[in-house]
Design a protein around this ligand. Sequence first.
Ligand code: DX5
Ligand code: ZN
Length: 223
Amino acid sequence: MRTERLIAPSLLSADFGHLADAIQSVDNADWLHIDVMDGMFVPNISYGQPVLKCIRKFTGKPLDVHLMIMQPERYIESFKEAGADILTVHYEACTHLNRTIHTIRETGMKSGVALNPATPICLLEDIITDVDMVLIMSVNPGFGGQKFIENTYRKISQLKDMMIRRNACCHIEIDGGVNTENASRLFDAGATVLVAGNAVFKSADPASTIDELRSEKPVEFIA
Ligand code: DX5
Ligand code: ZN
């Protein structure tokens, strides 16, 4: 089992007019999370390869690209060329998930599979040993700033059980509604990467918020 505590700020909540400044303001982050939306798989449209290419020029950090698009296999090669390091596709958006995951790996990128809140962990049984990361959506995808869904803790524990049983060793990434209140509990539950959009970019000091998200909170003494 992995035990990292990585923070991946989501640029979806940054000021798009000043992306370079936003990237600089989170220099202590581990990865940068890039949410790509097509207006079909999710109601919203965000950005794609041309913006990713520009981001790539500003940072050497791993670019963690979350594709919320239908038939993502159409764009694997172009996201590799644009500078993605980790490419995550949705279980619900892929007809041939095994092929898609292996094509991602063949390009040299790490591969991830994402699950919507209503998609059960058990559906990963036959892909869990092939992926580098499982992304558990803790909100319904499409927008930043939504409320965290509590059932996520249960899904983390089910995923850990499956990983132990299948001897799999992938990252567990949690995305949506992560903040300084729930981060510690999520890491303790087994998450290894936390995505945070609003919590980081709407805070007065993004860098110290990242430190706070990553840190182990002392257990409060109750008299
Ligand atoms: C939601 C995206 C998330 C989002 C997280 O569809 O996948 O990455 O930007 O934003 P917060 O942390 O504000 O919920
Ligand atoms: Zn995301």
